[in-house]
Design a protein around this ligand. Structure first.
Ligand code: ATP
Ligand code: MG
Length: 420
């Protein structure tokens, strides 16, 4: 071990488990790539103000969790705590919304940083795959995103997850509800922090996990009773489209995802095997965000799925992904001449797409065969002086143990044939 350890709240992805993370990212992004979403990558840090405005001054993310710093040049930056604000900023900067092809559909994958209290499923560095559909108001688009996330989780084999769905209203009906909720909350016994939250972000109080708060919330005005006709109709269409697609969901009035810019559809994916860090992903419509960061009105919807928690969900359900062995063929040279010849065969196999590895460092036969078995390879390619003198190499099937001599010139072809 070195003197150093991974910083608190972080962990390294190392083989072989790291292959699962790659496979999860791939499984989440595959349905997006197949549905018109283009890949976008933005910097790992942004102007801190983008997040203050784009995530919301009153959110935990901005007030407590952001890694903000000043550069030597005096710029105020922050490591990105989430993806939506950056992606929208980049889309606006590149004028993607002006190309006459709305919605702009984008997907991303990367690292995010939040200064949180580390615990299982909650880290200071974590990984998300996300999708945003920018510039169109259409319930089919909200439904599409939810269906694609459901498809991704199912493709991974996950079953014990649920989709929670709610509507937060729009700029017509939400303020009326907000005022009514504030009136109600101001009559409760709340600590100072929570009272401040009532002033700046009252919906977030509904999401408070503490028993003392929750039991006072019975009888709070319900958003559902305040939704305007347009929001009700919109939400009903999202629900119908999901039902028609066979995607089960639960209506959850308490689901607020308290960012000020969230409007109408909000949803969360929760997994029942994860204890208190149960959200594996979430998202919703954010019709006001573009204007909040200085852009034109661009109604949009998106989600982000947590890769780390998805991996934990797989573990909770006892699912081992079917990940092909990294190596198909392992070459074992015995002696200098064999080393030169087999290295040539290895290079040829690799160039033709066969995953091949080589016993480096002049290992003896026994050690080299151990490495071959550990690599997960189907075939070992063994050659010593005598084989070479006869113009052959030994091809050993590591599953059956069967060994055959193959002419050197024909071995690459024979391997490709055996592996199919
Ligand atoms: P939570 O309520 O658990 O804090 P959140 O609402 O802050 O989640 P989002 O901002 O919606 O989470 O992020 C989307 C997804 O990213 C979450 O559902 C979760 O899977 C993952 N995620 C968020 N924060 C973390 C973290 N600190 N560590 C690991 N995964 C995280
Ligand atoms: Mg959080």
């Amino acid at each position: 071990m070195s003197t150093f350890k991974a910083p608190k709240g972080t962990y390294d992805l190392i083989p072989p488990q790291s292959a699962t993370y790659l496979a999860v990212r791939e499984a989440i992004s595959a349905p997006l790539k197949n549905s018109g979403y283009g890949y976008i990558e933005t910097p790992g840090f942004e102007n801190v103000e983008l997040f203050a405005r784009g995530v919301g001054e009153s959110t935990d993310i901005v007030t407590k969790e952001m890694y903000a710093f000043e550069t030597k040049g005096g710029d105020q930056l922050a490591l990105r705590p989430e993806g939506t604000a950056s992606v929208l900023r980049a889309a606006l900067e590149a004028n993607l919304h002006k190309a006459g092809n709305l919605p702009v559909k984008l997907w991303y994958s990367g690292s995010y940083y939040r200064y949180e209290r580390p615990q299982k499923g909650r880290y200071r560095h974590f990984s998300q795959v996300g999708a945003e559909a920018i510039g169109t108001e259409d319930p089919a688009l909200d439904a599409e995103l939810i269906i694609l996330a459901d498809q991704a989780y199912r493709a991974l084999g996950l079953r014990n997850f649920r989709i929670l769905l709610n509507s937060l209203g729009d700029k017509e009906c939400r303020p009326v509800y907000r005022a009514a909720l504030q009136d109600f909350l101001r009559g409760l016994e709340l600590d100072e922090d929570t009272r401040r939250r009532v002033d700046i972000n009252p919906l977030r109080v509904l999401d408070d996990k503490r028993e003392t708060v929750q039991k006072q919330l019975d009888g709070a005005p319900k958003l559902r009773d305040y939704l305007c006709e347009a929001c009700k109709a919109y939400h009903e269409q999202v629900r119908e489209l999901l039902t028609a697609a066979g995607v089960a969901f639960e209506d959850d009035e308490k689901l607020v995802r308290g960012l000020d810019y969230y409007t109408r559809t909000t949803f969360e994916f929760v997994h029942d095997g994860l204890g208190s860090q149960s959200a594996v992903g979430g998202g919703g419509r954010y019709d006001g965000l573009s204007e909040m960061i200085g852009g034109p009105a661009l109604p949009s919807v998106g989600w982000a799925l947590g890769v780390d928690r998805t991996v934990l969900a797989l573990e909770a359900e006892g699912i081992a992904l079917d990940i092909p062995a990294a190596t198909a063929v392992y070459a074992v040279p015995l002696g200098e001449e064999a080393r030169r010849v087999l290295f040539g065969v290895v290079t040829e196999l690799r160039r033709s797409g066969v995953a091949t590895d080589f016993a480096y460092g002049g290992k003896g036969l026994k050690n080299a065969m151990k490495s071959a078995n550990r690599s997960g390879a189907r075939l070992a390619l063994v050659a010593g002086e005598r084989d070479l003198a006869e113009g052959v190499v030994q091809l050993k099937d590591l599953e059956s143990g069967e060994q055959t001599a193959v002419a050197l010139g024909a071995v690459a072809e024979e391997i490709r044939r055996t592996l199919g």
